[in-house]
Design a protein around this ligand. Structure first.
Ligand code: HEM
Ligand SMILES: *[C@@H]1O[C@H](CO)[C@@H](O)[C@H](O)[C@H]1NC(C)=O
Ligand SMILES: *[C@@H]1O[C@H](CO)[C@@H](O)[C@H](O)[C@H]1NC(C)=O
Ligand SMILES: *[C@@H]1O[C@H](CO)[C@@H](O)[C@H](O)[C@H]1NC(C)=O
Ligand SMILES: *[C@@H]1O[C@H](CO)[C@@H](O)[C@H](O)[C@H]1NC(C)=O
Ligand SMILES: *[C@@H]1O[C@H](CO)[C@@H](O)[C@H](O)[C@H]1NC(C)=O
Ligand SMILES: *[C@@H]1O[C@H](CO)[C@@H](O)[C@H](O)[C@H]1NC(C)=O
Length: 284
């Protein structure tokens, strides 16, 4: 009797175990249910960042793109992209500066020009010339056309696209900002997809994954992408950032500034101070 009872308990608990595992597999399956891909509705807010837009399009972030917290963005970036919180902490904190709220931001706040948002992006028009928030195929075609006939982007094709994008925007945009700050952010954001969709060590990433992500703001699970097995963190990513920056042959200059809020006039900046320091240094 006792033995029979125990057997039943075991059967019940193993049934429970199996169904719990199945349930967790279903829930963990990112192409379905809660985390299925649903393109943004007109009332949903989106950002200049393909990473965060994709997270919202899959419901890892609020689909309406509102009420984001730093903590939440860091957590899901870690869970879905395996990008370590420490690597994104600085950019996430800058992101909060773009908001009028004290502790949340919307995706569309992030387009504030001069906080994070920079000129000569790979996929967006410059602020002075058009929509700096929305994906632009004609801008992106520069990157898409690198490594012709080859199925992957790599360090040289990415550097080449960065170089060409800057040259194009320097011709078109008389108000372009291209300081150390912009090249740092450009190199960071150019290295990230190579690491997330390819390999953080080699910087080689399948075009298919990267293109779907930029163009559709969809995570290419259906095409076989999975969360990278090794953390993309403050040890593994910086060498790749440095490599794409070197390959971009960047030239620039001027005084960097950070726009510290949506109402900061027009750029509450260190430019004047920087110019003074420049002239003092040059005078010596
Ligand atoms: C795993 C996490 C992330 C990845 C993989 C990622 C990737 C990218 C990439 C590739 C771009 C460049 C788009 C382009 O050149 O056209 C970009 C731009 C941007 N990202 Fe992210 N990002 C991440 C996290 C974040 C976070 C946490 C924030 C802020 C809260 C952020 C804010 C932005 C902004 C404002 C831009 C616009 C820059 C511009 O093109 O002007 N990103 N991101
Ligand atoms: C969400 O954010 C909006 C601003 O975009 C704000 O008006 C609203 O009060 C916030 N809602 C909650 C529940 O925090
Ligand atoms: C923040 O508030 C200012 C002034 O109230 C307003 O002009 C601006 O559009 C707001 N910005 C955002 C991103 O909500
Ligand atoms: C997209 O980029 C092209 C330049 O390549 C520009 O003419 C067009 O205005 C941009 N579209 C938007 C919506 O900014
Ligand atoms: C990138 O790929 C192209 C095309 O295969 C190749 O010619 C180039 O050498 C590669 N660059 C690097 C750094 O591996
Ligand atoms: C960068 O400069 C090197 C050396 O002059 C050259 O070989 C390479 O093609 C340049 N790359 C780009 C993207 O212009
Ligand atoms: C990345 O490439 C290196 C060198 O080819 C290889 O040892 C490593 O396993 C690859 N990592 C991933 C995550 O594919």
């Amino acid at each position: 009797m006792l033995a029979g009872r125990r057997k039943l308990d075991m059967r019940l608990s193993s049934t429970f175990f199996v169904s719990a595992v199945l349930t967790s597999l279903v829930q963990a399956c990112p192409s379905q249910g809660k985390f299925g891909f649903i393109p943004a509705k007109p009332t949903d807010l989106r950002s200049p960042c393909p990473a965060l837009n994709s997270l919202a399009n899959h419901g890892y972030l609020p689909r309406d793109g509102r009420n984001l917290t730093i903590r939440q963005v860091l957590q899901v970036s870690n869970d879905v992209y395996n990008v370590a919180p420490a690597l994104l902490l600085g950019v996430a904190k800058l992101g909060l500066l773009t908001s009028n709220e004290t502790d949340t931001f919307t995706l569309d706040d992030l387009k504030l020009h001069g906080t994070i948002e920079f000129d000569a992006s790979l996929s967006r028009e410059d602020f002075a010339l058009g929509d700096n928030n929305v994906f632009n195929e004609s801008i992106y075609s520069t990157y898409a056309n690198t490594n012709p006939g080859v199925g992957y982007y790599n360090i040289s094709s990415t550097g080449q696209a960065m170089f060409q994008r800057l040259a194009i925007q320097e011709r078109k945009n008389t108000q372009i900002t291209n300081t150390d700050k912009e090249i740092t952010f450009r190199s960071f954001t150019a290295a990230l997809p190579l690491a997330v969709f390819g390999n953080v060590t080699t910087g080689v990433a399948p075009k298919q994954f990267v293109d779907i992500w930029f163009r559709e703001e969809r995570l290419p699970f259906a095409e076989g992408w999975t969360t990278p097995p090794c953390a993309i963190d403050t040890t593994s990513l910086p060498p790749l950032i440095a490599s794409v920056q070197t390959a971009s042959n960047w030239t620039g200059g001027g005084c960097p500034y950070v726009r510290t809020g949506p109402t900061a006039a027009p750029t509450l900046d260190s430019q004047a101070v920087c110019q003074q320091l420049d002239s003092l240094t040059k005078g010596k």
